[in-house]
Design a protein around this ligand. Structure first.
Ligand SMILES: *Cc1c(COP(=O)(O)O)cnc(C)c1O
Length: 393
């Protein structure tokens, strides 16, 4: 039977301290011990289930991490204060000075900036490739390559990564495949397909309420132990801990993710198909003419659809801005960055979430200056939304 990530979350039984149907929130930074020896053992990671200090582990964060590791089938997980914290802690845990990373050139702008501007300061080299070109990936491999980094569905160009093939290339060379699955939770299960580590910006679909910033790292027990090691773990030592109040509310939202993803996907597909019929330049992995449509079909957990993100190319920034302003006034949604919200959000990628990528490189990767990314909301009447959008064109 095929792995069902939503069922894996639902099957968890996590009770509150007094039998509550929701786990209790532990709003404590530190924990008491009855004996001094137990404290020392906990410090050295010998005491399973004991909590020491909330930058290390907090019970509320553990409940959320357990649910995420069930969803990804990774064995373990760690929650972080932002998606960027999840990405940077993972990469820094895996790489030392002198190592090499291969990354998709199209990634989230913050990730691109970290890989391009920050890591070279520590003598970690990064090669940027077209992740859909497997020959290019193979040719970029070096003896010191430690990580292949990609997004399941890339931001903002919506290329689909061939996770099984990339994982084979990485593993042959003793490297790890690290996948950002922010755009396609439940839809794609990267670890089941061969990825070693899956990272998330939970700010987006997983939480789905745009009321906080949060991230997650899903990986093996061994990797999560390394991250939280008191002597050399990046999560422990760089310290981007998630607030337990927040992790408690994200956990409740995670339990409705499967219903939301179905609705986001249904609405986005409706819009994409109708934009295509009108002859607009639309990109959506659910369209047959999308270059990796077949691959997406092979990789996906079918019942959750092709996701809530699509892009429309209006060619110039001026045109894009004019249309986005009209769409906001017509009640289509909000002109704002971010995604995975219950309302539709739209922004011009090249001048917002990908503005860290120099213009020349944006051109090279095929990011038009008039590209508008739409994160389609949970609209109950998408035909009506479609009419409102076309009245703005
Ligand atoms: C937003 C986003 C991030 C960064 O996450 P934050 O929670 O804002 O730190 C990383 N990757 C992708 C694909 C994103 O969309």
């Amino acid at each position: 039977m095929k792995f069902n990530p939503a069922q894996a979350i639902q099957d968890l039984q996590q009770f509150g301290e007094f039998g509550g149907v929701n786990p209790s929130i532990t709003d404590s930074s530190t924990y008491t011990f009855l004996e001094g020896e137990t404290m020392e053992d906990t410090f050295h990671g010998k005491m399973e289930g004991c909590f020491l200090y909330s930058r290390h582990w907090n019970p509320s964060n553990k409940y959320l991490a357990d649910a995420l590791s069930a969803m990804e089938n990774t064995g373990s997980a760690w929650v972080a204060a932002s998606g960027m914290a999840a990405i940077t802690c993972s990469l820094l845990q895996l790489c030392n000075s002198g190592d090499h990373i291969i990354t998709s050139i199209t990634t989230y702008g913050g990730t691109y900036a970290f890989l391009k501007n920050w890591l070279p300061k520590y003598n970690i080299e990064v090669s940027f490739v077209d992740i859909t070109n497997i020959e290019q990936v193979k040719n970029a491999m070096r003896p010191n390559t430690k990580v292949i980094y990609t997004e399941s569905v890339t931001n903002p160009l919506l290329q689909v990564s061939n996770i099984p093939v990339l994982s084979e290339i990485a593993h042959k060379a003793n490297a790890k495949l690290l996948v950002d699955n922010t755009f396609s939770p439940l839809i794609i299960s990267p670890a089941v397909l061969g990825a070693d580590i899956v990272v998330y910006s939970m700010t987006k679909f997983i939480n789905g309420k745009n009321d906080c910033v949060a991230g997650a790292i899903c990986g093996s027990n061994e990797f999560v132990d390394q991250l939280s090691n008191v002597n050399n773990g990046t999560a422990m030592l760089l310290g981007p801990v998630l607030d337990p109040m927040r992790s408690s509310s994200i956990l409740k939202n995670l339990n409705t993710l499967h219903i939301r993803m179905v609705q986001h996907s249904k609405n986005a597909k409706f819009l994409a198909e109708n934009f295509e019929k009108m002859g607009l330049k639309v990109k959506y992995p659910g369209l047959k003419k999308h270059p990796q449509h077949k691959l997406h079909c092979e990789l996906m957990n079918k019942k959750f659809g092709f996701g809530g993100i699509l892009s429309l190319d209006f060619e110039t920034e001026t045109k894009a801005n004019e249309i986005m302003q009209k769409m906001q006034n017509a009640g289509v949604g909000y002109l704002a960055v971010s995604l995975g919200y219950f309302k539709t959000l739209f922004s011009c990628s090249g001048h917002s979430t990908s503005s860290e990528v120099p213009l020349g490189i944006q051109k090279e990767m095929g990011l038009s200056e008039g590209l508008v990314r739409l994160s389609v909301g949970l609209d109950s009447n998408i035909e009506n939304t479609f009419q409102r959008i076309i009245s703005c064109l």
